[in-house]
Design a protein around this ligand. Structure first.
Ligand code: GRF
Length: 195
């Protein structure tokens, strides 16, 4: 098949986008990123994309603070399709994807989450793990469905929680795993889907 074409959606720093870019540059992931979209005009993920010459766009969700309105989902689906995207990767995207976008990319939207799902869904999962006095947490890559962090799991990796961990140290170790795992799972899932 033609080269795997990715579309990335994020709301924040975009370190997972950077990991995907680095994996492509080093030949670990055979793909190209056609488009990076964000609902947050100030998100650093947009800067990272621009620094690498990747086209970017804004997802207009105002006046909603957390909702992903249907019209915005339709526009997002159209933009991704027009860019030739095969696989959509959520990378710190904070709005819940629903029918209009899911229907346009069935079983083709991935997410990475900083816990061993189904434990600790939702925001700041590493803090939830510390507050629950868990001794282990981790990283999950899963397919996106209409729930919050509920879709079929593709891969998980555990991260031990140390007695001396703070939210920052634990989050750093989790992110190091994310940055290795996400490009790997994207590559193996795409191979399964498209070859
Ligand atoms: C990651 O921890 C990811 O698991 C979660 O949001 C965070 C995004 O980080 N879904 P970044 O923007 O990729 O640095």
């Amino acid at each position: 098949m033609a080269m795997l074409t990715l579309g990335i959606l994020g709301s924040g720093s975009g370190s997972n986008l950077q990991a995907i870019i680095d994996a492509i540059d080093s030949g670990l992931l055979e793909a190209r990123i056609a488009l990076v979209l964000s609902d947050n005009p100030d998100a650093f993920i947009l800067e990272r994309a621009k620094n690498h010459g990747i086209p970017t766009g804004l997802i207009a969700c105002s006046p909603f603070r957390t909702k992903f309105p249907d019209t915005a989902q339709q526009e997002t689906a159209l933009g991704l399709s027009q860019a030739g995207v095969d696989l959509v990767c959520l990378a710190g995207f904070l709005r819940l994807v629903k029918a209009p976008l899911l229907a346009a990319f069935p079983s083709r939207i991935l997410n990475i989450h900083p816990s061993l799902l189904p434990a600790f869904p939702g925001l700041e999962a590493w803090k939830q793990a510390l507050e629950a006095s868990a001794v282990v947490t981790g990283v999950t890559v899963h397919l996106v469905d209409a729930g919050m962090d509920t879709g079929p799991i593709l891969r998980q990796e555990a991260v031990s929680i140390m007695p001396f961990d703070t939210a920052e140290t634990l989050h750093q170790r989790i992110q190091a795993v994310e940055h290795r795992l996400y490009p790997e799972v994207i590559a193996s899932y795409a191979k399964k889907l498209f070859s």
